[in-house]
Design a protein around this ligand. Sequence first.
Ligand SMILES: NC(=O)N[C@@H](CC(=O)O)C(=O)O
Ligand SMILES: [Zn+2]
Ligand SMILES: [Zn+2]
Length: 350
Amino acid sequence: MTDRLTLRQPDDWHLHLRDGDMLRAVLPETARHFARAIIMPNLVPPVVTAADAADYRDRIMAAKPLNNGFKPLMTLYLTETTDAKDVRAAAEIGLITAVKLYPAGATTNSASGVRDLDKVMRVLETMAQIGLPLCLHGEVTTPDVDIFDREAVFIDTVLAPLRERLPGLRTVLEHVTTRDGVDYVASEPEDSMGATITTHHLIIDRNHILAGGIRPHYYCLPVAKRATHRDALIAAATSGDPRFFLGTDSAPHLDAAKLQPCGCAGCFTATNTLSCLAEVFERAGTLDRLEGFASLHGPAFYKLPVNERSITLVKGAPVAYPAAIDTAEGPVTVFDPGFPLHWRVEGPQT
Ligand SMILES: NC(=O)N[C@@H](CC(=O)O)C(=O)O
Ligand SMILES: [Zn+2]
Ligand SMILES: [Zn+2]
């Protein structure tokens, strides 16, 4: 029986670090194990311009633990007034790694997102020309579309037509949650289409949120779907298909903001993500494919080198992790997978 597994140091291709006290509290949780992360730009106000991204990157670097080599990969928040020249310049100097499109109103802090795709075509064409990836929150916001159908409808009515219009645009369907999404991504060329899969969507289904009492800490967007969709995500993540890679979407909110009559969406998984993933891959009998999912497919899509350092997962007695981490403004509950985690992370080692 395998009880040690060494892999290239992983990266997180979808991460929320927030700002200020929250940033200082959550950044060490990711930087402990991950070498790089795509940093989501949905701050208040959002990270829209190259200058915003440079300032935010500096705040992240200042909040980083000493002697830690973590590298934030910055993104811009696409708005209908984003300037294509600013995006091009930011990409050319290596300041940004991607641009993020939020349909207006789809999720946390998405009010300045895109309502009309025609208004951002200039920017998207520039991105296609220079090979800069577009990350998509893939849900429609039409109020008459059921929340459980928003991703599938997005694929048919927004993503597929966009890809036909701009086949050269390198696109990531973020936090895919449905079989429909997995099937669509798998049918597209691997050089121009990828998808991130979160840790929590590999573990929970919608029953975790609603059966036996309402559990706000499992509420995130896109909302978890039925178990058959979760199983399609596990199959995709463990398949070895390079189109699928880890984006935790670790999305911290103060407990006070989640435990509300109208609570925020987001699961905070940075603290125990790798132990959770090892458990998922072990159960699927595919531990040997965890490295591809967490450490190799993402760099291949983003055309970045893989990390030089490695980490080792060691199986033993259940791993202890805090139920919540403290921030200056209060606790943030850590994702509870609902089962013990036996894989402990050692390293990174050089
Ligand atoms: N995933 C979430 O439920 N929430 C994210 C936003 C997002 O990724 O859609 C957040 O910023 O809190
Ligand atoms: Zn999102
Ligand atoms: Zn997110």
